[in-house]
Design a protein around this ligand. Structure first.
Ligand code: NAP
Length: 309
């Protein structure tokens, strides 16, 4: 990328950012998309997506690749780089990359998504990649015929447990309450699956192992009883944290760190829009993310048009 000024800079290459790219490209806005890792975001790490209309069942990496191809088709420049800061200048924004390159744009769409939360227990970070994982799609196949644990009770924990049963001998879902938060149809499938067991009212206190994980220390919250669960791996799905730290107070956030923005994707700063999981919203799904991406791109186009930019 050169020193030109983009009409729109999109931060994040998940479904929200990629859809914003497609719409911005179709609107003939000079656009770039900045992505820190690989496009797809959380979607890329999802084994099977069965609630994206028109696709029946589709694998996350496959859907990500299709979206990326469509973004490129519309002339959006994709750059693989982290943004560490956004500076507000008169009539434009400067996006500073980790490599200290400065990218200038008249509008910005923030679609940086969210990152898996950690349990913050002893052993968790020590055994990352050696039995501790936040992505069953990425790592599940390494645990063929082994016993593993999944921590959490939401859609992700249950969906990924069901996925893991393709490979592993047994999945023990460890949940801190006595009922799941996950959608009812997922719960039913998990309860019916002989490879899935549950440890209710329980929390992981530590992860043990030698070269690889071999044991979890689990505490029953009601009785206080502590037990050891022998497992070869633990998959942690205890929710997400919005990737808003790099904004450094530039736009208003809610108490949980999500960008305050309504359905129009407008943030507290004119010219900056927020799309997808990173903004305050009731339902964080691929379909709601792609909807946000479209709205944000059109809002950016309107913003530029109204100012004759
Ligand atoms: P989530 O819905 O926030 O669930 C997090 C789970 O982790 C909850 O069961 C929570 O327990 C538990 N938890 C949180 N902090 C914990 C801690 N420190 N220790 C132990 N357990 C902890 O997160 P998610 O499952 O990642 O889902 C995020 C969003 O994506 C949701 O809106 C979900 O519907 C959506 N999603 C949808 C699909 C789908 O439709 N196919 C698939 C995946 C995700 P409590 O229940 O006690 O709070």
């Amino acid at each position: 990328m050169g020193k030109e000024i983009y009409d729109v800079a999109i931060i994040g290459g998940g479904p929200a950012g990629m859809t914003a790219g497609i719409y911005a490209g179709r609107a003939h806005l000079r656009s770039c998309l900045l992505e820190g890792m690989s496009t797809g975001g959380q979607m890329f790490n999802t084994a099977t997506i069965e609630n994206y209309p028109g696709f029946g069942r589709v694998d996350g990496p496959g859907l990500s690749q299709k979206m990326e191809a469509q973004v490129k088709e519309w002339g959006v420049e994709i750059q693989y780089d982290h943004i560490s800061e956004i500076r507000r200048q008169p009539e434009l924004f400067e996006l500073v990359t980790l490599g200290e390159e400065v990218i200038s744009a008249r509008t910005v769409i923030i679609a940086a998504g969210s990152t898996p939360k950690q349990l913050d227990v002893p052993g968790e970070s020590d055994f990352l990649g050696r039995g501790v994982s936040y992505c069953a799609t990425c790592d599940g196949a390494f645990f063929r015929d082994k016993d593993v644990a999944v921590v959490g009770g939401g859609d992700s924990a249950v969906e990924e447990s069901l996925y893991l049963t393709r490979f592993v001998n047994r999945v023990t879902i460890i949940h801190r309450r006595d009922e799941l938060r996950a959608a009812k149809h997922l719960q039913e499938r998990a309860f019916d699956d002989p490879r899935i067991e549950f440890l209710w009212d329980s929390e992981v206190e530590a992860v043990f192992g030698e070269q690889m994980v071999n044991m979890l220390k689990v505490k029953h919250k009601e009785t206080g009883e502590v037990s050891n669960l022998p497992v070869a791996g633990v998959f942690i799905y205890v929710g997400m944290r919005p990737n808003t730290e790099f904004l450094g107070g530039l736009v208003d956030l809610d108490p949980w760190g999500y960008i305050k923005a309504g359905e129009d994707t407008a943030t507290s700063v004119p010219g900056i829009f927020a799309a997808g999981d990173i903004r305050t919203k009731g339902l964080r799904q691929i379909v709601t993310a792609v909807a946000d991406g479209a709205v944000a791109a059109m809002a950016a186009e309107r913003f530029l048009g109204e100012r004759g930019l």
